[in-house]
Design a protein around this ligand. Structure first.
Ligand code: ZN
Length: 164
């Protein structure tokens, strides 16, 4: 079992804004924990520090893309420290779920492409990764996808690709 906080019992915690991270030691500890937990969550693409009980601006996401068979391929897990969205382009509808909100999915509007910065550099992301990172950065500001979603559906755990 992992230690991911959910809104059932920890909504107040998840709603708080996270603080900038400065200490390199702290960066390592949080990054390691995020990577460990996210790598065990087969169906999840991202995780933010507040979800594991830490109000620091750190997110992790799986560098995934669709292959020619239209299947997701995962590469390594990336971690960003103090990430910020610098530019956004376009708009997409995204059907999102969240480890902190079991049982619900929501149709949410996101930017199609984003330029982001973090403590160590600049990155351009598009499609799925752009969506995941927008979702995770929201967590750092206490925002959840259910706040943005235009439609919310309940999902059956047994059917990850369930018809609404
Ligand atoms: Zn989430």
């Amino acid at each position: 079992m992992n230690n991911i906080l959910t809104i059932d019992t920890e909504e107040a915690f998840l709603r708080q804004k996270s603080l900038m991270i400065h200490s390199k030691n702290e960066e390592q500890v949080i990054a390691q924990k995020l990577i460990e937990i996210l790598s065990q969550e087969k169906d999840a693409l991202g995780l933010a520090a507040p979800q594991i009980g830490c109000h620091k601006r750190v997110i992790a996401f799986k560098n995934a893309k669709l292959n020619e068979q239209n299947e997701l391929e995962y590469n390594q897990i990336m971690v960003l420290f103090n990430p910020a969205i610098e530019k956004k382009y376009g708009e997409v509808n995204s059907n999102e779920q969240c480890l902190s909100i079991p049982g619900l999915s929501g149709l949410t509007k996101r930017s199609m492409r984003i330029c982001i910065s973090d403590k160590y550099g600049f990155y351009k992301l598009d499609s799925l990764m752009a969506i995941v990172v927008q979702h995770e950065i929201d967590h750092l500001d206490g925002i959840l996808f259910i706040d943005r979603a235009e439609e919310i559906h309940s999902i059956e755990k047994e059917e990850p690709y369930g018809t609404e």
